[in-house]
Design a protein around this ligand. Sequence first.
Ligand code: IPM
Ligand code: MG
Length: 368
Amino acid sequence: MTTPSLLILPGDGIGPEVMAEVRKIIDWMGAKRDLAFDVSEDLVGGAAYDAHGTPLHDDTMAKAQAVDAVLLGAVGGPKYDVLDFSVKPERGLLRLRKEMDLFANLRPAQCFDALSDFSSLKQEVVAGLDIMIIRELTSGVYFGEPRGIHKEGNERVGINTQRYTESEIARVARSAFEMARKRGNKVCSMEKANVMESGILWRDVVQEIHDAEYPDVELSHMYADAGAMQLTRWPKQFDVIVTDNLFGDLLSDLAAMLTGSLGMLPSASLGAPMANGRPKALYEPVHGSAPDIAGQGKANPIACILSFAMALRYSFDLGDEATRVENAVEKVLADGLRTADLMGPDGGASVSTSGMGDAIVAALDASL
Ligand code: IPM
Ligand code: MG
């Protein structure tokens, strides 16, 4: 068997700091579990712009297409706000998603017991929460044409287009139904069929795929605004939520905060299987580059470490090792270790970014 390959793109802001902690976990897997990875590293986002004048160099894009999985930190920062839209750091990330055709974005929102009083919601509303948002990631208003800012008469008009084809809806719906079968067997599909034609089509296609291929899975539909309300009212009613690119962006931030901190949540973006049977895949934390705390050792590396755990599970069929990493995270949280984002009313030990990474490595050692 060939050594699995990983391309690491730390990116901007806290990206390099949290990725340094992921490297410790990767090294641990090589040293203690005999699971070596062929790791290479490259630039994305503002870091790539500074070096090459583009947020994603063509060579980096080619490498991303060739490896078994990509691991990304975060992109963006105030320094790049002045750049032309076409070379903003975010365009690098969007190009990776689009060209690798990573249509299914898995965003789990799980509440760790040790953190159930960190949520802004009551403890009983979030304790034990375990939901999975599947966001369509390569189409919709993020990519639809026409788009742009035009002059009409003597004023400017901004245009974006929400566009979905049947096959784009069908494939992400299948991802959601497959996921539901491995979990609580329930899917809730969210759109705005009351005001958008693309929402009507979304609802129809999800229902058709369900009736033809997944009648055993429980399916419901909700308008996305009502979905946001229900997510804050009683999130445990959901198992898998499937929704479009823009609604998924909003709803996954909302769901993330239910768990207390954006610094905890990983994501996987998956495409079609490659020749070796593995899906095209990019793993990244849900949080952004947090420029306000970059370089201070305050960032929480857990979301990025849990993203690597998702890579173990979804790209490399190493579900047991993924669980080992997740349990190690659970253990350090139960022990009271907290990065700055997790300093709640109960105080708790405050550790730096690298302190958290070291503690997780120690918990991994203890798991052997
Ligand atoms: C996300 C982010 C991105 C998005 C940005 C950085 C382009 O918010 O992954 O949720 O809008 O998709
Ligand atoms: Mg977002």
